[in-house]
Design a protein around this ligand. Structure first.
Ligand SMILES: CC(=O)SCCNC(=O)CCNC(=O)[C@H](O)C(C)(C)COP(=O)(O)OP(=O)(O)OC[C@H]1O[C@@H](n2cnc3c(N)ncnc32)[C@H](O)[C@@H]1OP(=O)(O)O
Ligand SMILES: CC(C)C(=O)C(=O)O
Ligand SMILES: [Mg+2]
Length: 502
């Protein structure tokens, strides 16, 4: 393979801009460690000027992650660039990513700047960022609705001021593949200095073409793909990393392009993002959806039994979906348990391993066979150290279609226990109201969902409770149990705990 493509992951920045996908500090660190395991070239860890919490998370990631470059986004102004640099300065490799819109509609109505003022701002702010660090990316926001000759002028200015990567984003997901490729070819031919620059694409999925456009860009000379795990991101999302990477790998005969990604970490990364954000992918989602490697039709099943290549263009193992060799149940020991977790891609520290094993044994008493999805649910449901402020001790619910529901909830906080009762028109709302009385906060339930993690009568339920406390940011709480009410109460308490940790 001749060329190599860089993978720039923006799950923690553009991905986090997806409604309901906010992550707290611990969650961002977990995601960043997983991105390091995936061996992504650049991690866009956030937008430092957006909030002190974002800046702190970027700084923590810059301290911990080694190998990948750590990047912060910044608008074209000195305050944003100062904040970006402060957050990434301790990274092994640091990048400032500054951007300014170049399309007529953005310049006139949003920025209220003339084209000349935009060029001046790019010259000034890229040079200002360059004083801090060598690795500077400049993005022309809404580049795909911008005049091509004006873009050449803006990019030439950014390159002269010190930009080392030039990003040509399709901010609103407007392109079709051949059109984007033609744009890239034009820019390469008409921008002085561009031959020594890393060219990047950042495609949005409004018309469902983010991945196709990224790959068309690569064929036209793009050197870096910006993407997110599961394709999360603003509006319809960004190009999905797993789809871009597996297309390059599976069709190496067409692209002949290598990338650094350890594809066996893809499945775990996808599950982690689903668990943390509470946003599940569709069963038909390529690469990581529940049906991506499932064969339902008889003719397909027959073909796969004879030779998997009849209907599989890649193997589940290549993206880290493990083969299920060991059956785990109540008689399984710690070795088999730990080994299976390792096969699923989880290496837990001793404290989390012990807690997860305890929960595994408790679950094995209720279920005959513990499946991989059960294990993933257990790992995701065990809080990381310091996260448990309140824990559920016991609950009693009285509900029916002719009575008002009542809930009595008892929780522990350290050595103390608190118990309150509440009524409502449904059992889950009554339970949530009782918890509100205990924590004595104005907790608002913003979104709630319940689904079965596995099949069968003894399936585990996963509840997601998105809450805000005292009008603050929305946090995602998650609870798992074979009892749907217990799962819901745990999710609500998990959300409240996260609020207090942040
Ligand atoms: C395409 C993208 O994904 S861009 C990244 C989008 N991400 C986000 O916006 C998430 C984080 N954002 C935030 O937290 C806030 O918007 C902040 C902190 C950045 C700014 O907040 P505020 O100061 O309250 O401004 P607000 O968001 O209302 O408006 C944006 C301002 O930035 C200006 N602006 C927008 N883009 C740029 C840019 N690239 N360079 C310089 N200024 C810009 C706008 O013109 C507007 O300026 P004005 O206040 O003088 O009218
Ligand atoms: C900040 C830029 C790169 C962006 O997210 C976009 O244009 O979509
Ligand atoms: Mg974007």
């Amino acid at each position: 393979m001749g060329r190599t493509i860089r993978i720039f992951d923006t799950t923690l920045r553009d991905g986090e801009q997806s409604p309901g996908c906010s992550m707290n500090l611990n969650e961002k660190i977990e995601v960043a460690k997983q991105l390091e395991m995936l061996k992504v070239d650049i991690i866009e860890a956030g937008f430092a000027a957006a909030s002190p919490g974002d800046a702190a998370a970027i700084a923590a990631i810059a301290d911990i992650v080694r190998g990948s470059t750590i990047c912060s986004l910044a608008r074209c102004n000195e305050k944003d660039i100062d904040a970006a640099w402060n957050s990434i300065r301790r990274a092994e490799n640091a990048r400032i990513h500054t951007f300014l819109a170049t399309s007529p509609v953005h310049m006139q109505y949003k920025l209220k700047m003339t084209p000349d003022e935009v060029v001046e701002s790019v010259a000034h702010n890229v040079a200002y960022a360059k004083k801090y660090c060598d690795d500077i990316e400049f993005s022309a926001e809404d580049a795909c609705r911008s005049d091509l000759d004006f873009l050449c002028r803006v990019f030439e200015t950014a390159i002269k001021a010190g930009a080392t990567t030039i990003n040509i984003p399709d901010t609103v997901g407007y392109m079709i593949p051949e059109e984007y490729a033609a744009r890239i070819r034009y820019l390469r031919e008409h921008t002085p200095g561009i031959e020594n620059i890393v060219l990047s694409c950042h495609m949005h999925n409004d018309l469902g073409m983010a991945v196709a456009n990224s790959l068309a860009g690569v064929e036209a000379g793009i050197d870096q793909i910006e993407c997110t795990i599961n394709g999360i991101g603003e509006r319809a999302g960004n190009a999905s990393m797993e789809e871009c990477v597996m297309a390059l790998k599976t069709r190496a005969d067409i692209f002949g392009i290598a990338c650094s990604i350890d594809t066996t970490q893809i499945y775990r990364a996808s599950r982690m993002i689903q668990t943390i954000t509470g946003v599940s992918v569709a069963p038909t989602k390529p690469i990581v959806g529940a049906n991506a490697f499932a064969h339902e039709a008889g003719i397909h099943q027959h073909g796969v039994m004879e030779n998997k290549e009849t209907y599989e263009i890649m193997t589940p193992e290549s993206v880290g979906i493990p083969k299920n060799a060991i059956v785990l149940g109540k008689h399984s020991g710690r070795h088999a348990f730990e080994e299976r977790l390792r096969e699923l891609g989880y290496t837990l520290d001793q404290e989390k391993l012990n807690k997860t094993f305890e929960k595994f044994k408790a679950l094995a008493d209720k279920k005959k066979v513990i499946k991989d999805r059960d294990l993933e649910a257990l790992v995701g449901a065990v809080p990381v150290s310091g996260e448990e402020r309140y824990t559920l001790d016991r609950f009693v619910i009285n509900s029916g279609n002719t009575i008002t529901s009542t809930a009595v909830i008892r929780v522990k906080k350290g050595d103390e226990t608190f118990e309150r009762a509440a009524v409502s028109d449904g059992p889950i709302n009554a339970a949530f109201r009782a918890i509100n009385k205990i924590v004595d906060k104005d907790v608002e339930l913003e979104d709630y969902s319940l689904r079965s993690m596995t099949d069968g009568e003894d399936a585990q339920a996963e509840a997601i409770a998105k809450i805000s406390v005292d009008g603050g940011e929305i946090v995602t709480g998650r609870g798992v149990s074979t009892d749907v009410i217990e799962a819901s109460i745990k999710a609500y308490i998990n959300g409240i705990n996260k609020y207090f940790i942040d």
